[in-house]
Design a binder for this molecule. Structure first.
Ligand code: NAD
Ligand code: NA
Length: 397
């Protein structure tokens, strides 16, 4: 079967398993080109198969020699359906890790469930040496079933103030178009906090603590985003911002608990804007990212997913140069938020039109990044070659 890209707005309907291998390999190559670092030895990553969670896993394994457990929600081959990008990323990671003798174990399923927590804890106890040093919380999800009351909540990407209309990029049609984000009901705000807030992170830490699998000095970091003024309406002041504030509150609660019992730490880290499966569907965000890339690349300070996570880990979480704000948040987004960067992005934002957006933004770069998340647009992958789906279907993460 020959696999071609098919898009629907900011969603990729297909992905390329051979391209996924290249996607993972390039991130590994980056980490190997950098100095090794002293980091954690045993790590659990929730949301390990794509975006920031995958990059974190790659940095920790190939940069610090960590053994990793990944939890992700992905699908394998079903009939003529090729499976999800995160499925192939995970298989590619495993293959590369195994070659270097790095232990990697995957749990594919619902991180929000108690069964998943029990399964992971059992594995840590019986086959992973008994304890973990670090938990990374990098979930992006649209739905969560609360394991305690059994209710299923759906997140809504909406405003909490007023209808917000603004430009975005449609990668399918390759146009800049207006999009409107409606106002959330109180119920939708509550549901988004249920899905993307800190409740599940806390349940994980409580379960791991009760299971006796946290080491002395244990750390946990949850990933979040804040963003600049031009995206406040959709992000900071949106439903997702409400959820992220809940996550920040949870980090303080967890930090007090972990400090007391394990001499440990809990942080929220605010990362840089990037194209990922999750961010590509946020209205307005893709255009902001394309303008930001233009400015950051010109200044020589652009980072992709792997560079951003590698800097967070080597300089901040396991290094001596943490950038921490007055709200105790780690700030690897510090280059994105620089005043000169944001001033130039704002100037471009005022100038951008459907006619000039491909020239004045880094549209090509943002689109390429989006395509590569799904294994497409690598110059060294042959996309006309037949992919043997039956053979690939035998592989499991
Ligand atoms: P992503 O979509 O690439 O990754 C999400 C991960 O969550 C995947 O591994 C997926 O399998 C997993 N997942 C989703 N639902 C699950 C479930 N029920 N059970 C188990 N696993 C599940 O997203 P991303 O952009 O890497 O986002 C990760 C975090 O980083 C989010 O908290 C996001 O807010 C944050 N972040 C993203 C950006 C950005 O620009 N993309 C910027 C800053 C912070
Ligand atoms: Na992730």
């Amino acid at each position: 079967m020959v696999i071609k890209p098919r898009l629907k707005g900011g969603l990729a309907l297909t992905n390329h398993p051979i391209g996924a291998k290249e996607f993972v390999k390039r991130q590994i190559d980056y980490v190997k080109s950098q100095d090794k670092y002293e980091g954690p030895k045993k790590v659990l990553i929730i949301g390990s198969s794509s975006g920031y969670g995958l990059a974190t896993r790659i940095s920790l394994a190939f940069g610090a020699g960590a053994e990793t457990i990944g939890v992700a929600f992905e699908k394998g081959v079903e009939g003529k359906r090729v499976g999800s990008a995160g499925w192939w990323n995970t298989i590619a990671f495993n293959e590369a890790a195994e070659k270097e003798g790095l232990v990697s174990k995957n749990f594919i399923g619902d991180a929000f469930s108690m069964e998943m927590k029990d399964d992971v804890i059992k594995f840590i106890k019986e086959e992973f040496g008994g304890k973990i040093d670090l938990l990374i919380y990098s979930l992006a999800s649209a739905v969560r079933t609360d394991p305690i009351d059994g209710v299923t909540y759906r997140s809504a990407l909406k405003s909490t103030t007023k209808d917000i209309t603004g430009p975005t990029i449609n990668f399918e049609k390759e146009v800049m178009e207006e999009t409107t984000m409606g106002v959330a009901t109180p119920d939708e705000i509550k549901s988004t906090v249920k899905v993307m807030g800190g409740e599940d992170w806390k349940l994980w830490i409580e379960a791991l603590d009760k299971g006796g699998v946290l080491s002395e000095g244990f750390k946990t970091v949850a990933y979040s985003y804040l963003g600049p003024k031009v995206t406040y309406g959709i992000y900071k002041e949106g439903t997702i911002g409400a959820a992220k504030r809940d996550l920040e509150h949870t980090s303080d609660v967890l930090n007090d608990f972990l400090k007391e019992k394990y001499n440990g730490e809990a942080y929220v880290s605010l990362s840089k804007a990037l194209m990922t499966k999750a961010s590509a569907v946020i209205p307005i965000f893709p255009l902001y990212a394309a303008l930001l890339y233009k400015v950051m690349k010109e200044k020589g300070i652009h980072e992709g997913t792997i560079e951003q996570k590698h800097r967070l880990l080597t300089q901040m979480v396991y290094g001596n140069n943490p950038v921490i704000d007055e709200e105790r948040r780690l700030r690897p987004d510090n280059w994105e938020m620089r005043e000169d960067v944001q001033a130039e992005v704002e100037a471009l934002w005022d100038k951008v039109t459907p006619d000039n957006f491909k020239e004045i933004s880094d549209y090509a770069g943002a689109r390429e990044e989006f395509m590569q998340l799904n294994g497409f647009d690598f110059d060294n992958v042959d996309y006309d070659a037949d992919v043997d789906l039956d053979e690939l279907a035998k592989l499991k993460p």
